[in-house]
Design a binder for this molecule. Structure first.
Ligand SMILES: Cc1cc2nc3c(=O)[nH]c(=O)nc-3n(C[C@H](O)[C@H](O)[C@H](O)COP(=O)(O)OP(=O)(O)OC[C@H]3O[C@@H](n4cnc5c(N)ncnc54)[C@H](O)[C@@H]3O)c2cc1C
Length: 448
């Protein structure tokens, strides 16, 4: 550790997303000095409210729900308003090459038998979603992709495409890559109800945007928060760490919390290196590699919901905002390379699978897969990853601690999971410091 020190803190938090900000808030409240180092020029990470297409749009994470205990505690704490998009008045789906049109209720009835059969044993595999790998049965389920389990059901073509599209919407990935265990984890978090899982993951949002949550947490901490501060290298020893930034500065800290997404954590230069479980997960990457696009169309239109199938550039599209002479839709697809979210004509073509009557005016989105500070969207594991790696991903290593929604227990991949892990990392550190304090304070000759 030869370099000179520019700053010192009790704790450095790497990453100013939700997990990092929660960690910083909790630790600074105990009187510790905390520095947050965020590479981007904004806070929030994979939540990002931005003014586009004439509205404040959620470019990243959006929906939350009262069954997500950590997220809802923040809603209550800061008095954040909650709202929802317009209720769909019609639904579109495919039966092979034929287009079907009906109500959302009819679509839900269509997918219900497949959903029930697929998820029937959820609570046997995951009786406690807050300890997702506790039951030995999960390892058996974790061998399979959700595609394999869907194929076993031998559904009719219409049911098959409808179920497939609904799962692509959840996984943001080709279903051949997505772990069946991830579907089980989401459903276990809603006590086995696929309907509630569906609602929890895709209906309610913050009235003032996720930016309101980010701003509230950031304003509620005495931590020194820096943006434009990319961390390149970390050296750690049993008594502390040095954190080296891209601009050449070095910060010394007693403890460091790393909140980087799983897909990029392994690229950080850490010495001694991180455990093999963390590195292997990072090399293998998440299953999720999909797309989210915002689409402004000419109005007036009736709010609708549309599901296609996994192979289309967009598998799910719905109305999120209705205006007098326009509407804004949000769409999701399995693979970000299939659709340029800034190409209006490509999005117009993708929509035509259901609707060639809509005129696309403008489109926008963000390529999270190419973004060097995420390289993923929301966590969906590949088969085997959760049973093989989750414990190693969560484990502290010396003075290094880890947070981030990707390594949450309950709602991994969600805003809720980011908060859960921020709280956990802060608790680990205060617990470790308390233990160290008692050791130091103990009378000579005791062995506490
Ligand atoms: C398109 C999309 C849609 C989503 N939809 C939902 C949804 O509807 N509901 C929901 O609950 N969740 C949703 N999510 C997931 C949710 O947004 C994330 O799980 C959550 O925000 C992750 O928070 P985090 O703090 O764990 O990670 P991040 O937000 O990724 O934070 C990590 C931070 O580390 C920073 N960083 C990276 N590298 C470095 C470095 N070298 N040095 C310093 N800083 C670095 C990053 O810039 C980032 O700010 C969605 C995500 C996406 C992308």
């Amino acid at each position: 550790m030869a370099s000179s020190i520019d700053r010192e803190a009790d704790v450095v938090v790497v990453g100013g997303g939700i997990a990092g900000l929660i960690t910083a808030r909790e630790l600074s409240r105990t009187g510790l000095s905390v520095i947050v180092l965020e590479a981007r020029d904004r806070l929030g990470g994979r939540v990002f409210t931005d003014r586009r297409l004439g509205r404040d749009l959620e470019i990243g994470g959006n929906w939350l729900h009262w069954v997500q205990p950590h997220a809802w505690a923040e809603v209550t704490r800061y008095g954040l308003g909650v709202t929802r998009g317009p209720r769909p008045e019609e639904a579109y789906w495919l039966a092979g090459d034929q287009l079907r049109r009906g109500t959302l209720e009819e679509f839900m009835r269509l997918i219900d038998p497949g959903m029930r059969r697929l998820l029937a044993d959820t609570m046997r595999f995951i009786p406690r979603p807050d300890a997702p790998t506790a039951a030995p049965e999960l390892a058996e389920a974790d061998r399979y992709s959700v595609q394999e389990k869907l194929d076993e059901l031998q559904l009719s073509v219409e049911e098959y495409h409808a179920n497939e599209a609904a799962w692509v919407g959840h996984f943001n990935a080709p279903l051949t890559d997505g772990a069946f265990s991830s579907a089980l984890r989401w459903t276990a978090a809603t006590a086995g109800s696929w309907h509630l899982m569906h609602e929890a993951s895709a209906v309610f949002r913050l009235a003032e945007g996720t930016q309101a949550l980010v701003a509230a947490i950031a304003a509620d901490t005495a931590a020194d928060i820096r943006t434009g501060a990319e961390v390149r290298r970390i050296e750690h020893q049993p008594d502390g760490a040095r954190v080296h930034l891209a601009d050449g500065q070095t910060v010394a800290a007693g403890r460091v919390v790393l909140t980087l997404p799983m897909n990029i954590l392994g690229d950080l230069d850490v010495s001694p290196p991180l455990n093999e479980g963390k590195l292997a997960a990072s090399r293998e990457k998440t299953a999720s590699r999909g797309t989210k696009v915002w689409i402004r169309v000419r109005g007036p239109i009736r709010p609708f919901f549309a599901y296609s199938r996994g192979a289309e550039p967009l598998s799910v599209v719905r109305t999120e905002y209705i205006g007098d002479d326009d509407a804004v839709l949000v769409g999701f697809g399995a693979d970000s390379t299939r659709l340029d979210v800034t190409d209006r004509d490509a999005v117009q073509r993708a929509l035509a699978v259901w609707r060639d009557d809509l005129e696309v005016l403008e489109v926008t989105g963000h390529d999270w897969m190419s973004d060097p500070y995420s390289r993923e969207t929301w966590l969906m594991n590949r088969p085997g990853q959760v049973t093989r790696y989750l414990a190693a991903q969560q484990a502290p290593e010396g003075v290094l601690h880890f947070a981030g929604s990707d390594i949450a227990n309950l709602w991994a991949g969600f805003i809720d999971g980011a908060i859960e892990t921020g709280l956990r990392a802060a608790r680990e550190i205060t617990g470790a410091l308390r233990t160290a304090h008692f050791r130091t304070a103990a009378p000579v000759g005791t062995s506490t």
